[in-house]
Design a protein around this ligand. Structure first.
Ligand code: G1P
Length: 286
């Protein structure tokens, strides 16, 4: 039912300079895989068949990442490195199912999503922010399975002191995993926050949101906010928050990125034991 996903990848990544001077932040690896690939795999696990990247200048590494690398594949083939070859070939999508749209100016998340409007018809579409990395079952697959029309955002409890970093919902009826959203505000101060339930970067949006984005009204940070467009649809279509079962890491922050690397490494058979024993020894020294 939901076949298309938008990946806004146009941000400048200023919080990770100098690493992100020439490298898109979405290409930063967690263990051995770039953030954007985790998001694409999560979307594929949710049944997504068309992948739309909203890119910006200096983002061509992302296009190259999801394309053939002729020299690499030839070399791996010639050397008989079958597993590595399988890894790089397995990332190639069916021709015509990956599209790139340029966002010419970083005018906000809402503006980025709006840039993909001509590739979307009258259909619900997923939006995934690669910065929010989720360990565990595909969050988007869980959302798709519970989707009942209208708009849906992944949510989690955040510390009250951090509401200024998130879209924050006003909760309506709480059905456990699904929670009705009766209000939504972008990055409120803790004193004004309607709750401590924050939006994580996974959305299913209906076409009315694109119409709202088309007004180009600026919100927090003088940017076109997806949050504001969603808020303006409240009362017109259903709107739900979804409490997902995985563990979310904020890879837009240094501490979150480091935690993600450790947690993802600890979830792997080849790395868990040597990493755990190194950390134990290291902690004993400090
Ligand atoms: C964006 C959204 C915000 C959401 C957050 C989740 O903010 O605007 O509503 O809570 O992603 O990570 P950003 O972190 O890109 O500033």
């Amino acid at each position: 039912m939901i076949k298309k996903a938008i990946f806004p990848v146009g941000g400048l990544g200023t919080r990770f300079l100098p690493a992100t001077k020439a490298l898109p932040k979405e290409m930063l690896p967690v263990v051995d895989k770039p953030l954007i690939q985790y998001a694409v795999e999560e979307a594929a696990a949710a049944g997504i068949e068309e992948f739309i990247f909203v890119t910006g200048r200096n983002k061509t590494a992302i296009e190259d990442h999801f394309d053939h690398s002729f020299e690499l594949e030839e070399t791996l083939f010639a050397k008989g490195k079958a597993a590595a070859l399988e890894t790089v070939r397995g990332m190639i999508h069916e021709p015509g199912t990956v599209a790139y749209v340029r966002q010419q100016e970083p005018a906000g998340l809402g503006h980025a999503v709006w840039c993909a409007r001509h590739l979307i018809h009258d259909e619900p579409v997923a939006v995934l922010l690669a910065d929010d990395l989720i360990l565990g079952p595909s969050c988007l697959a869980e959302m798709v399975a519970s989707y009942q029309g209208g708009n849906m955002v992944a949510v989690m409890d955040v510390p009250k002191s951090e509401t200024g970093s998130y879209g924050i919902i006003t909760p309506g009826a709480d059905h456990g995993q699904l929670i009705e959203v009766s209000g939504l505000v972008e990055k409120p101060d803790p004193a004004n926050a309607p709750s401590n339930i924050g939006v994580v970067g996974r959305y299913i949006i209906e076409s009315g949101v694109f119409a709202q984005l088309g007004t180009q009204d600026r919100g927090a940070g003088n940017e076109v906010q997806l949050t504001d467009a969603l808020a303006r649809q409240i009362g017109k279509v259903p709107f739900h928050g979804f409490r997902f079962s995985g563990e979310r890491f904020d890879c837009g922050s240094k501490i979150g990125f480091i935690q993600a690397n450790i947690a993802f490494a600890m979830s792997r058979d080849d790395l868990a034991e040597p990493l755990a024993s190194w950390i134990k020894n290291r902690m004993a020294l400090s």
